[in-house]
Design a protein around this ligand. Structure first.
Ligand code: ADE
Ligand code: ZN
Length: 338
């Protein structure tokens, strides 16, 4: 392990943009397919990996929704979550705010409670056995309609005390945030935090809509906000956290080369950026690899890495006292490493 990788591994950090269904590794996909007697359109783990060549977001989503079809029982979701938490704990991650896509599962006939109960069991196990805390963000699929999102929000009502917030994901272009203004309004009234994917492939106007119409507390991705200087100034002034996903951006051709990734530019502009993995099983790396590859490609300084780690906690929805504890943990790590 290089000095840089060792430094990053030891640095306490949080992950704020992770789709749990996107952590389904091909090996587990095959195990679950066997367990649930589901046939896969792939002959082997290698054939699945070979199919992970995407030229845009939709290419990826088509295969991602297909892969999620092997998840059938609470145990499957618990196993999926624990496999992710083991990987990310080894990367020095202390806290995760994870997305799940209930409609991906209810649309194929699974009761709403299967995914959420299994994930909550995995999250409790991770906290107990790995010391990684986590909370759950329910994402609406934006390629589906507003009624479907409202149905999902109603199904979530019995779980309100165990859901931190709502998010918006899936195919961005053609499905602007405005389509979900009312359901996000209802979620806000229920006391839920609000986040939305915006500016991954969609234009800066979608980032503005997420702010003005969805009243989001964080922007997921936000890359294309950089095309609009006034929007950048606003995001800086509001201290808005961007959950940036470098290896995802590379795999989905949002950037051509990690060396051209805008993360460093975002920091230079004063934007509150964080590093995240998005869908690590599909994009070639968990949190640690996103950090090390980006740090290397952009020659990030130790000071910039520390800023990114601090942003991951101050941009989280943890209570202020817990955020302070994590920040103190970062300072203690730096003193023991100097
Ligand atoms: N669902 C899972 N990953 C996603 C991404 N990167 N963008 C939009 N929807 C997603
Ligand atoms: Zn995402």
């Amino acid at each position: 392990m290089t000095d840089l990788a060792r430094f990053i591994q030891g640095l306490p950090k949080a992950e704020l943009h992770l789709h749990i269904e996107g952590s389904l590794e091909p090996e587990l996909m095959f195990d679950l397919a066997r367990r649930n007697r589901i046939s896969l359109p792939f002959a082997s783990v290698e054939a699945v990996r070979a199919a992970y060549a995407f030229s845009n977001l939709q290419d990826f989503l088509d295969i991602y929704y297909q892969g999620a079809g092997v998840l059938m029982t609470e145990q499957d979701f618990q196993d999926l979550a624990m496999a992710y938490f083991r990987r990310v704990a080894a990367d020095g991650c202390r806290h995760v705010e994870l997305f799940f896509d209930p409609q991906t599962h209810t649309d194929r006939g699974l009761p709403f409670r299967i995914a959420i109960d299994g994930l909550l069991a995995g999250m409790a196990e991770a906290e107990r056995t790995l010391g990684v805390s986590s909370s759950l963000i329910l994402c609406f699929l934006r390629h589906l309609d507003e009624d479907a999102a409202f149905t999902t929000l109603r199904e979530a009502e019995p779980y309100l005390d165990r859901i931190l917030g709502v998010g918006l994901d899936s195919s961005e272009v053609g499905h602007p945030p405005s389509k979900f203004a009312r359901v996000f309004g209802a979620a806000g009234e229920m006391g839920l935090k609000r986040v939305a994917h915006a500016g991954e492939e969609g234009p800066p106007a979608y980032v503005r809509e997420a702010l003005d119409l969805l009243h989001v507390d964080r922007i997921d991705h936000g890359n294309r906000a950089l095309e609009d200087p006034a929007l950048v100034a606003r995001l800086v002034a509001e201290g808005m956290t961007l959950t940036v996903c470098p290896l995802s951006n590379l795999k989905l051709c949002v950037v051509d080369d990690l060396k051209a990734h805008p993360l460093k530019r975002m920091l230079d502009l004063g934007l509150k950026a964080t590093i995240n993995s998005d869908d690590p099983a599909y994009f070639g790396g968990y949190l640690g690899r996103n950090w090390t590859e980006t740090a290397q490609a952009l020659s990030l300084s130790r000071a910039e890495l520390v800023t990114l780690a601090k942003n991951s906690f101050t941009g989280s929805f943890l209570p202020p006292g817990t955020v302070s504890d994590h920040l103190a943990g970062i300072d203690a790590y730096l003193s023991s490493n100097s």
